[in-house]
Design a protein around this ligand. Structure first.
Ligand SMILES: [Zn+2]
Length: 151
């Protein structure tokens, strides 16, 4: 999946305000209709879509997860973040899909609990570049997974 620059998304939103349909916006900008749709999702919608996907995982697939390490520049927002890899095995076909998740530290609450912000799901097809692995052993475990497209 191509990551589109913010300028293109901004243009899409401007076109949306001027009354163009998502299909028309897609044609003008050379972007698929499905991608344009996601740019108009509210925060609530994005969170709902994510929750739906998590539910789908729980229903159909066996999941694994691994905390991988730290990146200084989140591919989505540029902030320092913590990287976690999730995977799901779709049992009927034996296929496995991987999902990157990046979380940003938000400081401590009054009661001392650390808070993290999940930075969206557009990093699904990020290749995991520039991760500082939490340990050499973890890097070895990560390499053993042979995540498709991983840097
Ligand atoms: Zn981020």
């Amino acid at each position: 999946m191509t990551r589109w620059p913010e300028s293109v998304k901004k243009e899409a939103r401007a076109l949306g305000k001027s009354g163009k349909s998502h299909t028309e916006i897609g044609k003008i900008l050379g972007v698929s209709r499905g991608t344009v749709d996601t740019w108009f999702w509210s925060r609530a919608t994005r969170e709902r879509k994510y929750a739906e996907r998590v539910e789908a995982w729980k229903r159909n697939e066996v999941n694994g997860r691994m905390y991988v390490g730290v990146i200084d520049n989140c591919p989505k927002c540029g902030e320092r973040g913590y990287v976690q890899l999730l995977w799901m095995d779709y049992v009927p076909t034996g296929t496995r899909n991987y999902y990157w998740q990046i979380f940003h530290y938000q400081g401590k609450r009054d009661d001392g609990h650390a808070q993290y912000r999940y930075c969206g799901s557009t990093t699904d097809r990020w290749e995991g570049r520039d991760i500082r692995f939490t340990s050499p052993k973890r890097e070895e475990q990560f390499r053993k997974l042979r995540v498709p497209g991983a840097a």
